[in-house]
Design a protein around this ligand. Structure first.
Ligand code: SAM
Length: 379
């Protein structure tokens, strides 16, 4: 059982970033499909991947994948899988699911068939008729895609975006996983100046500081599989200890966050403190209209407010105009803007975006506009 297959799931558009992360952790033969980064691993890799992957939504343990056109096929093939290797007699297991373009299109029916099949398998193995389900959590997922059934158990529990540092969220915060991806998709590195002039709860900047300091994103939280008997406690303790030792402290960062809203700035400070990066970021209440840039080179990564209501449009136009005024002549600045508002490039006229990536901010399709600045001469 030591050889297992893991699947890091990602939101649309982030597969490549997650693949690079998985590669950087030392995995090879990585298969990528929509929202799925699949790789061979060992039991010890469950703690490692959960602690370290910044941009994936979850890490799933793959139990099996097979064709299923009828409920009988689904039942029999699910029952044939070794669930008892993972789910203990006291295990609490729920079945979630989704079905796309499949003959077995009723996901509720699929879920209930899977649950029945797992129960039947475990009844035989544990020789009992009834399960109390008072123990560790095992969330099984059945995913039907074009008549292929994929069965997994969720090793993460709460989504990986919940790092455990963001107690205080203000209006429309980005998921930490997406914020981290925005940083990894940029040219920023720890030597360079970074500014988010509309930083909200500070997510982009906190993630950047954590990347620079090599702080494992999962260090401050727990995972569902931490309670599983199949994984030695020692594997978790060692993975946590090695993540703790991997933190780099001996350098200074130049990261600045501004927001018009005072509560935002208060939230940023609390969140940064929780994340252990409060000394790395200067947060200050400031309207973007008053932003004054006196450095030749730098990087902006930001996600401006996106107005749904008509009343917001004027305010947003003003933000875009200020942004344009501040950065139109700053050729040494690279700018990375995530917004669902297609008109942003019409306002920021320094140049056409060098690259536009299609991403999703939650369920909202958004563009990540990338404007590359001139390279610094010394750094
Ligand atoms: C979409 S939110 C940013 C969310 C942030 N990325 C996060 O993850 O928490 C946009 C932010 O822009 C701020 N904002 C709105 N108008 C502004 C202005 N004129 N100057 C500076 N910040 C402004 C809002 O207060 C809000 O926090």
């Amino acid at each position: 059982m030591n050889n297992i297959t893991l699947i890091a799931t990602s939101t649309f558009g982030l597969e490549k970033v997650v693949k690079i992360e998985v590669q950087a952790l030392g995995f090879e033969n990585i298969k990528v499909s929509e929202g799925r980064i699949e790789f061979e691993a060992t039991l010890e890799d469950i703690p490692k991947t959960n602690l370290w992957i910044r941009c994936a939504d979850r890490v799933l343990l793959k139990m099996g994948e097979f064709e299923a056109f009828t409920f009988e096929e689904l039942f029999e093939q699910t029952k044939a899988l070794p669930w008892e290797n993972w789910i203990t007699e006291d295990g609490k297991f729920t079945v979630k699911g989704k079905a796309v373009k499949s003959t077995l299109g009723s996901i509720r029916a699929c879920q209930s068939i899977v649950k029945k099949a797992v129960v039947e398998r475990l009844k035989d193995k544990y020789n009992v008729e009834w399960f109390e389900e008072t123990g560790p959590e095992f969330t099984i997922q059945i995913s039907m895609l074009k008549d292929m059934a994929l069965l997994t158990i969720d090793t993460s529990g709460i989504g990986l975006h919940k790092r455990g540092y963001r107690e205080e969220a203000v209006e429309a915060p980005l998921k930490e996983t997406l914020a981290s991806a925005l940083v990894l998709l940029s040219f920023w590195n720890k030597e360079r100046l970074l500014v988010d002039p509309m930083c909200g709860s500070g997510t982009i900047l906190i993630e950047a500081a954590m990347i620079a300091r090599n702080i494992a994103p999962g260090l401050k939280r727990e995972f569902a599989s931490e309670k599983w008997q199949a994984i030695r406690k020692k594997a978790w303790t060692e993975a946590r200890r090695s993540a703790q030792n991997a933190i780099i402290t001996n350098f200074k960062l130049q990261i600045f966050g501004y927001d018009i809203n005072r509560n935002s700035i208060e939230a940023c400070k609390i969140n940064a403190r929780n994340a252990g990066v409060e000394k790395d970021i200067v947060f200050e209440q400031k309207d973007i209209k008053d932003l004054w840039i006196d450095r030749q080179y730098g990087i902006v990564i930001s996600n401006p407010p996106y107005g749904i209501r008509r009343a917001d449009f004027k305010e947003i136009n003003e933000i875009y105009i200020s942004f344009h005024k501040t950065f139109k002549k700053k050729k040494g600045w690279s700018l990375y803007i995530l917004t669902a508002d297609d008109v942003f490039p019409n306002y920021f006229k320094r140049a056409k975006p060098d690259r536009v990536r299609k991403l999703y901010n939650g369920r909202i399709p958004a563009n990540y506009y990338q404007y590359y600045g001139e390279k610094p001469t010394s750094k």
